[in-house]
Design a protein around this ligand. Structure first.
Ligand SMILES: NC(=O)c1ccc[n+]([C@@H]2O[C@H](COP(=O)([O-])OP(=O)(O)OC[C@H]3O[C@@H](n4cnc5c(N)ncnc54)[C@H](OP(=O)(O)O)[C@@H]3O)[C@@H](O)[C@H]2O)c1
Length: 299
């Protein structure tokens, strides 16, 4: 039975990973907050600052995981422009800290990366395509990927994008923001010229599980199956949640001042994922239906 350690367990993906893996192996959670946000799964929780070498060493030598899933990150893309050091500490130093631990037996390292490693000039990116990160967040995530790929560790790097899902105390995602805004009757502007594959967090957790199961190691693009503009995505969200589409105004991103650059079209090709695990994630509409049910249950 594998010992699985989830780093960043309180985050959006971390919580989906807990639910995905709860019934398998022996699960351990670790994140920077005082306690686990999910309490009913009864998974042991370790409070850890992953930027601190000593804390990481202690945690990993105590838990002795067979599999580490690193879902922890500094995910505020604009914040990374202002707090470059902290961004680099969480996104890069954490990985260095893990790799420096003198394990008796090396664990499998599953690490989550991002479509932002691409400049978004073209879209339909495959794993073999050359990254060209813009902005500190994107550069930090690519740096971590490269460190892992050049290490001695067996790894799965899952690049994902536009994550959404339900969770306790999680940061607001595009879906949450839109639903809350439309429910409040607020008019919103949504860009038509940023294209990507929205990804339901439980799908990403399931894909990770299947990759581990198949021993499919290496770099994978893992996202929802459809490439959509944010505006097209917003219209589907409004439809599924039965909210007023007329409140959504299509705009160009040139009218928005954002600190970090955003890729224009960073859509993924999922062939490698499919060829390895013979599985595809839910369509956006199906995933949003599931999310709606989940949100009703939690309410
Ligand atoms: N969300 C997206 O749209 C998206 C898109 C592409 C890729 N990704 C990648 O997917 C992964 C999961 O993202 P997510 O959206 O689930 O992130 P998230 O909700 O922000 O969760 C990240 C978790 O890591 C924790 N953390 C931060 N600094 C830490 C530290 N020093 N020590 C220990 N834990 C720390 C965070 O705690 P605090 O909240 O207290 O800081 C949080 O619980 C990340 O690698 C991210 O880069 C996400």
């Amino acid at each position: 039975m594998s010992r699985i350690l989830i780093l960043g367990s309180n985050g959006l993906l971390g919580q989906s990973l807990q639910k995905q893996f709860a019934a398998q192996g022996q699960i351990f959670n670790a994140s920077v907050e005082k306690a686990s946000y999910i309490t009913d799964l009864d998974i042991p929780y370790y409070k850890v600052d992953l930027t601190k070498r000593k804390e990481v060493r202690e945690l990993l030598l105590t838990v002795k995981p067979d599999i580490i899933i690193n879902a922890a990150a500094y995910t505020n893309v604009d914040g990374c422009e202002e707090e470059k050091e902290q961004c680099w500490a969480v996104n890069v130093k954490t990985v260095e800290n893990i790799l420096e631990v003198p394990f008796e037996k090396n664990p499998l390292l599953v690490h989550i990366s991002t479509d932002y490693v691409f400049d978004g000039e073209r879209g339909d990116y495959r794993e073999v395509d050359e990254p060209n990160p813009r902005g500190n967040y994107a550069r930090s995530k690519l740096a971590a990927e490269n460190i892992i790929r050049n290490s001695h560790m067996e790894y799965i790097i899952a690049r994902t994008q536009i994550l959404y899902g339900a969770g306790i105390g999680i940061k607001s995602s595009f879906v949450n923001w839109l639903v809350l805004s439309l429910q409040a009757g607020r008019h919103v502007q949504v860009v038509t010229d940023q294209i990507g594959n929205p990804t339901y967090a439980p799908d990403l957790a399931e894909a990770i599980d299947r990759l581990i199961d198949k021993e499919a190691y290496g770099l994978f693009h893992v996202s929802g199956p459809e490439a959509l503009s944010r505006y097209a995505f917003a219209l589907i969200i409004a439809d599924v949640f039965e909210l007023d589409k007329d409140l959504i105004e299509p705009v160009s991103s040139s009218g928005f001042q954002q600190k970090a650059p955003r890729p224009g079209n960073s859509s993924f090709v999922l062939d490698k994922l499919y060829n390895n695990i013979q599985w595809l994630p839910h369509t956006v509409r199906d995933a949003l239906d599931l999310l709606k049910k989940e949100m009703k249950q939690d309410a």
